[in-house]
Design a protein around this ligand. Structure first.
Ligand code: EPU
Length: 345
């Protein structure tokens, strides 16, 4: 385990913006973690944890120690409670899409809708990743993490993770306290497909009796057509969360914009696509120097090359102000801003 001084972080996040870490240390064995944390504590250095870097915008150089989590390994065991299920445990450093692909080929189903989501397994419970009608919480059994306060490894069962839309306990009370080590999922040995999401139903290859492989292919197809590959165009997926508004607020919006789309939530509140709001406010494809709004999905901010975190932040702030002025709805970031700006977005 070596500490690298003044390390380049520009290739460690999918936005590809320039930033350096005072110190960078890769963690590929669990027992390295308490040692690195203790060393940082002795030197009085703040610690920042980085996974796949696909949901992070670096706004400046990062002081202290950056831990690059690279705990690998995928294990499985029969589910004692369900002979049709398998329990799959993956290390935090595994690539999410590779895990989805691996499970599909093993005949373990349930992750197909979550294909091609960039990032690492360790980041997946933090924001409860979700796409095309499935979210991680639907298949998650438990999360093992290192608790920096008690200096112990702990396990949280799904029901204790406080999962919500792009939300979990790891973003709330355990923020800065939990470093995720591994995730255990319950997958089905029987082919099972969830085809409820509007964009899936509109696809010509989708049918009620399609195979998991076909579903996986359709999801990859839709994502590739709308979302830029980070290796080609720097981005962090959806930059904003879809705002959730009250039924009254939605009725007011709908009276003015009758074609405004909406998704139901578990309460009476309504989720409105931020992409639609940003698109309608005229931002799709807009460029501000080296950064801009993707021309196929208005929710994605992109780095055309040579852009900085501050430039992306300035664009995001312009969009927030414009959407608020047009629709009276204030967008919140989905991407983690590091370091968090004092004045918010
Ligand atoms: N729309 C527009 N303009 C656009 C793009 C979309 O008007 O430029 C409209 C569409 O017509 C549709 C609605 O917005 O009515 C929703 O679009 P889409 O199905 O593409 O989904 P989204 O709400 O924009 C969310 C997730 C994505 C996920 C997709 C599919 C969030 C913040 N984003 O996007 O997640 O892939 O649904 O489930 O919830 C991510 O988190 O990084 C991500 C890509």
């Amino acid at each position: 385990m070596t500490w690298q001084a003044d390390a380049d972080l520009s290739t460690l996040t999918t936005f590809g913006v320039p930033a350096r870490a005072q110190w960078l240390c890769s963690i590929d064995q669990e027992d390295q973690l308490p040692v690195a944390l203790q060393q940082a504590d002795r030197k009085d250095l703040p610690v920042t944890v980085l996974g796949g870097g696909s949901n992070v915008l670096l706004l400046a150089d990062v002081p202290g120690l950056v831990l690059h989590m690279q705990l690998m390994g995928i294990r499985h065991q029969p589910d004692p409670d369900d002979s049709n299920a398998v329990l799959v445990t993956a290390g935090a450093g595994e690539n999410w899409h590779q895990l989805v692909d691996y499970c599909l080929h093993k005949g373990w189903h349930g992750l197909e809708n979550l294909a091609l989501i960039p990032g690492s397994v360790g980041a997946s419970p933090v924001q409860n990743i979700g796409a095309y009608g499935v979210e991680l919480a639907d298949v998650l059994v438990s999360v093992r993490y290192f608790d920096t306060q008690s200096v112990q490894v702990r396990t949280l069962d799904r029901d204790d993770c406080q999962f919500g839309y792009r939300d979990s306990i790891f973003k709330q009370s355990l923020k800065q306290q939990a470093i995720i080590l591994s995730v255990t999922l319950r997958l089905s040995r029987e082919p099972r497909t969830v085809v409820t999401y509007p964009a899936l139903l509109q696809h010509p290859d989708v049918s009620a009796d399609m195979s998991p492989q076909q579903l996986f292919d359709v999801v990859c197809d839709i994502r590739r057509s709308k979302l830029p590959a980070p290796a080609v165009l720097g981005n962090a997926g959806s930059f904003f969360r879809n705002p959730v508004v009250s039924p009254d607020a939605y009725a007011t919006l709908q009276a003015r914009w009758p074609d405004i789309p909406a998704f139901a939530t578990s309460t009476a509140d309504v989720k409105v696509p931020a992409a639609w709001l940003i698109d309608r406010a005229g931002w799709k494809g807009v460029r501000r120097g080296a950064v801009g709004v993707h021309d196929k999905q208005a929710l994605v901010l992109v780095n055309h090359g040579g852009g900085t975190g501050q430039q992306v932040l300035a664009l995001a702030r312009e969009i927030v102000a414009s959407v608020e002025q047009t629709f009276g709805v204030r967008l919140q970031p989905e991407v983690c801003l590091v370091p968090a700006p004092e004045s918010g977005l």
